[in-house]
Design a protein around this ligand. Sequence first.
Ligand code: HEC
Ligand code: HEC
Length: 319
Amino acid sequence: MFNKFLYLYLLCVLGGCLLAGCRHRDPPLSARVELGQRLFFSTILSDQHTISCASCHNPKWAFADTTALPNGVRGLPTLRNAPGLFNLNRRAPYLSEGGVRTLEELIVAPLHDSLEMGSNLGHVVRRLWQDTLWLRLWLSTWDTLPSPYTFTTSLADFLRSLKSESSRADRFYRGNTAILTAQEREGAWLFTRPRLGCTRCHFGPDLTDNQFHNVGIAPKSADQGRFRLTGNASDKGKFKTPTLRNLRFTAPYMHDGSLKTLDEVFDHYASPSHPISPNDEIRQPVPLSPSEKRKIKAFLLALSDSDFVQRSVRLLSEK
Ligand code: HEC
Ligand code: HEC
């Protein structure tokens, strides 16, 4: 008799499930972003609880870092400079060689890298299970226990929420023509001159083609860039074109942080030190007069979004 009821009950549950759709529903985006934000600032992600994502991606610097190669969990420097994090939905494929297609996958990279957080996904998820505070947060957000899926989704949703689109230059292009100074406007005009060729690679809303180029930084480091991923000799020394937004906050520049100022970047383009690849790279040095440098610098700095940085710094107090 009891068994009959039990079977009936299970049948009803199964039937209900099939009708309602047994799939677990994701919580609203805002709740996932909030949880992702907490994870981003938490040291629970790193081996020995020493560093968080924000140790290398500081909200004060548009989520970049001010040292050329930041130190990871064991106090050793990373292989590359930490880039700013914003408008990431437009930046795939990720990392300097472009080996990662989605932000969900990307999260595994710093987590597992022994020079970064030196941990692993399974270990972090287990830790979250064992911590009553996180467990409570998880249940109230996801209505389920921490898992690799809910962990990577929350963090990736937080990363996607970082949008920087309110620099003075943005407002200029939206029609507020008085917001830029004459020098900044002249810099914007100069920047797009074919003679300089900057917009061959730096164009679009974030001033990047999201492609890979050799602009001559490679010989200074052993890092072979995209070659690491593809194994094609023609990819040696190619790195992803970075965005030129928020340069006021993200120095030092280039994949290895080897150039400290924008003037150093201009000087580099004026005398590129690379064995120039025969493909599409900087074939001719691009000398700029002092006045041209000042104007282009003024324009590039006007692409820095202090509202975004202020909003980001406020996240720190909410973490
Ligand atoms: C020890 C320093 C360090 C820590 C900690 C760290 N990162 Fe990074 N991050 C870097 C460096 C260096 C790069 C550039 C790597 C490259 O280009 O190959 C990077 C790149 C990225 C990128 C790629 C951006 C792009 O435009 O391609 C994202 C996104 C990112 N990190 C998110 C995170 C998240 C999320 C965490 C925490 C789970 C984290 N990072 C922890 C140093 C760090
Ligand atoms: C052939 C493509 C190409 C052209 C042309 C080009 N760039 Fe770049 N730019 C890149 C790449 C790729 C990098 C990153 C190189 C690296 O990380 O080693 C870069 C980096 C930069 C950076 C540093 C950004 C950062 O956050 O590290 C600045 C500033 C910059 N370029 C400005 C310019 C200016 C100004 C011009 C014109 C004089 C120009 N670029 C022409 C591809 C190009």
